[in-house]
Design a protein. Sequence first.
Length: 207
Amino acid sequence: MSGQDILGQDEIDALMRGVQQGAVAETGPEAAPFQPPAVAEVAGLFPQLEILAFIGKVCLGAVYQARQPALDRFVALASLIISHLFTAWTVEGQGQDIESMPPVVVKTVPESGAKNVAPGVVEIKVTFSKEMTDGSWSWSTAWQGSTPDPVGKPKYEPDRKTCVMKVKLEPNKTYAYWLNNGKFQNFKDRQGHPSVPYLLVFQTKDK
C-alpha cells in the first residue's frame, strides 16, 4: 500500500500531535488547501478495510478511522499528500509529454543527507527538472527551528531552474527544509504545476 500506513493507537496519538508548522521564505499566491478524499473514495482503494470515518488533517495528509476485519481490530489509515500527488499525476499524465508533468528536484547543494557541511554563510541551491516561475517558492520548515537564518531573499539563477537561498549555518547542527509541503506549493513551473514535495536535510560539521 504505497503512501499509506495502518497505525496503532500510540502512533495515531503521535500523528495527531504532528500539527502543521509554519513556513519560511514563502512567496507567491497560497495554493488551494489540501482536500482529503471522501470516505467512499478511500474505501474503494482499500477493500480489505472498512473505512468508517474521516478523523482529520495532519501536516502531510489525512487520517481515517477504519476496521480491519481479518484481525477484528480498529485502526487508523494515514494517507500522505505526496502519494496523492503521484497518483493524480500518474492517472492524468498518461499519454502526455514531459511538459505536462510536475517538476521534480534533480540536484541540491548541499546534497540531502550530507553530514559534513561547512558552517558559515553559504548558498543553498536547489535545481529542478524544468524552468520555474520566477519570484515564487516555498522553503518550508520541517520542524520548529529546522531552518537556518536567511541572509537576504531567495532568487533564481538565469537558467530559471536553480533557486538559491543564502543562509548562515551554525556548526554541528541538523537543518531541514520541505521544498513544497501541504498548502505551501509555490515552487511551480512556468505552466503553474507545483513541484513534487522534497525533503532537504543536512548536518554541519564542527568549526
